[in-house]
Design a binder for this molecule. Sequence first.
Ligand SMILES: O=C(O)C(=O)C[C@]1(C(=O)O)C=C[C@@H](O)C=C1
Length: 280
Amino acid sequence: MSSILLIFFLVSHGIVRQNHMAMALNDSVSANALTLDSVRDSLVRQEDTIIFALIERTRFPINSPAYNHSYAKFPGYSGSLVQFVVRETEALLAKAGKFTNPEEHPFFPTDLPPSEAPPYNYTKVLHPAAASININKSIWKMYFDELLALFATPGDDGNYASTAASDLVCLQALSRRIHYGKFVAEVKFRESPREYEPAIRSQDRDALMKLLTVESVEEMVKKRVAKKAMVFGQEVTLDNNNAKKGKYKVDPSVVSRLYAEWVMPLTKLVQVEYLLRRLD
Ligand SMILES: O=C(O)C(=O)C[C@]1(C(=O)O)C=C[C@@H](O)C=C1
């Protein structure tokens, strides 16, 4: 029963998000309305999603059996509980049409079932080569090998399935944000094709990285996400005297570091990968 509830939660969650992002495509990333401001607005909004997802994950301690390959045997699987939850959920959401949206990228793309939903005509914004770019392997590694230990408290409360469901929400939010680099790169290319074309023709990664980097924006992003972590993660009480000042559900410096060391560098990597293929 509980696994049915879990799947139901994940499905409804995925579908709600998909509708939200489909709106984003229609509203802010329609082919003509594509501007650097509109894609940056989406990145700013996605910060909220990521920070709330991290806050939700902090409801559980680290719960390491969820990541231990020998914890449980699920039929047909040799991996961990979290792999089982992510694979099974992605298979279900694939049938419901999730991955027909160019903003969505599966963590386990091999053997995904086809969509059984009626096709939706997403605005075609990206170069077709975008479909070949999926860096979720690096995002998975970063999340489990580096990030998790920085914000989840030590301990074990037995809630492994819910923990895995929370991890999935974090992973999806991070993946969507990082792969949004495709849209950022497309808008940058459209705004100054003459600047980008020589570096694309010579397949010069370093030159592309230099062209697309805006350090002042990165500084702003790092400060803003730390501030959001303070605002979203504070203890809210009606009694001012009881407010636990300076105690946040997720450490603002960890969120800032997440963006500085992983989210922005990986978004830039996606941008470079996309631009390298932009003239194919
Ligand atoms: O806003 C941009 O111009 C982006 O390319 C996005 C982004 C980011 O990931 O937030 C990445 C590279 C830039 O150096 C600044 C910010």
